[in-house]
Write a protein that binds this ligand. Structure first.
Ligand code: PLP
Length: 364
């Protein structure tokens, strides 16, 4: 069924967070408990996240961006350091590096996978390279083996798994592959808490550093010492209670996205360039992104028909903040051609048919 907006216009929405009575009940329980932050739900959510990512630790923070920022800071990365970042990604991946005082070194992506090209990562490594921000873009697992062999062992791989909770690379969960993993729980992500994020790691010292840094830099020694100043990136128990419920439903949430993605794939193959994962991997379907010429016209036309479409994400070298690097033809190609179609569990067969019909008419 086509969903209406508040104004009554018929619209097929881009995203619709899959939250309902279970999340509401979890919220009510926290409100009644009197523990609104740094209480038991934070620990419970963290334990569930660590289990899902096969890591020793997970630290809940206020957003995916906060997770990326703290991951970089926990590694001690700062002025004079270089961090490799895909040229096509959400800007937070590079902002986190710049905010830590280090230099984001952009590397082009493979326009087919839209993920960073490991061969180009190899070429970009210098003696100042401290880390790679390894993005599983839109939930498509990055070729982890190729990336690992592209960098020396002392270069940390930080997973930007903002959209990849539940995705698997050769059976292993994204968010648990790198030295640190960064998750986002924004409403367009697979698991949502409204706003929220987490850092995962199996390194005790890094987990301790992230915990301190999310809470003003306060060392948990009982002497009120702050060795390094920091900020407040905590996530409340209200958010975590929603997250616990969402995570318990992870398989169901993933299956609901897969149903829509497979239906789109079936109808759109050969009409536009459709997304996929490598053989043996499991896509998380954070977003369903096709590629086509005349993307801007298609975007405008779909919107005019009440179908909420969106661009894929950003080509960083086209932004004022990161314009001094390039050229990046792979990122340009993705930026100009990528189109996000509505993807959420409320989409009906009729909605999917409408979206595919509209897109097919536009390109033929
Ligand atoms: C690849 C990527 N990294 C980081 C983020 C930032 O996450 P958040 O919005 O939770 O700060 C996003 C959000 O869209 C993202 O897509």
């Amino acid at each position: 069924m086509v969903q209406g907006t508040e104004t009554g216009t018929r619209v097929i929405r881009l995203a619709w967070p899959d939250v309902g009575p279970e999340e509401l009940a979890a919220l009510a329980e926290v409100l009644a408990s009197g523990f609104l932050t740094m209480g038991p739900k934070v620990q419970e959510f963290e334990a569930a996240l660590a289990r899902a990512c096969h890591t020793e630790h997970a630290v809940a923070v206020s957003s995916g961006t906060a997770a990326l920022h703290l991951a970089v800071l926990a590694l001690g990365i700062g002025e004079g350091d270089e961090v490799i970042v895909p040229a096509y990604t959400f800007p937070a991946t590079a902002n986190a590096v710049a905010l830590a005082g280090a230099r984001p070194v952009l590397v082009d992506v493979d326009p087919e996978t839209m993920n960073v090209d490991p061969g180009r990562v190899y070429d970009a490594v210098t003696p100042d390279t401290r880390a790679v921000m390894a993005v599983h873009l839109f939930g498509r697992p990055l070729d982890w083996e190729a990336l690992q062999s592209a960098v020396p062992p002392d270069v940390a791989l930080v997973e930007d798994a903002a959209g990849a909770l539940g995705a698997r690379w050769r059976g292993m969960p994204c968010g648990g592959l790198g030295m640190l993993g960064c998750l986002s729980f924004h409403p367009r992500k697979i698991v949502t808490t409204g706003e929220g994020g987490a850092v995962t790691t199996s390194d005790d010292a890094l987990a301790g550093a992230v915990r301190r840094l999310r809470h003003h830099g306060i060392a948990p020694r009982g002497d009120f010492e702050i060795p390094v100043p920091s900020t407040n990136y905590r996530l409340s128990d209200l958010h975590c209670a929603i997250g616990i419920t969402q995570l318990a439903r992870l398989r169901e949430l993933l299956a609901a996205r897969r149903r829509v993605a497979e239906a789109y794939n079936e109808r759109l193959q050969g009409i536009v360039q459709t997304p996929s994962a490598d053989e043996g991997d499991e896509h998380g379907w954070q977003a369903y992104i096709v590629q086509l010429g005349d993307r801007d016209d298609a975007l405008a036309a779909l919107r005019a028909e009440g179908i909420e479409a969106q661009i894929g994400t950003y080509a960083l070298h086209r932004l004022g903040a990161f314009h001094d690097q390039g050229p990046f033809p792979g990122a340009d190609r993705c930026f100009e051609r990528a189109l996000a179609l509505p993807l959420h569990s409320r989409l009906t067969e009729e909605d999917i048919e409408l979206v595919c019909g509209a897109l097919t008419r536009l390109v033929s």
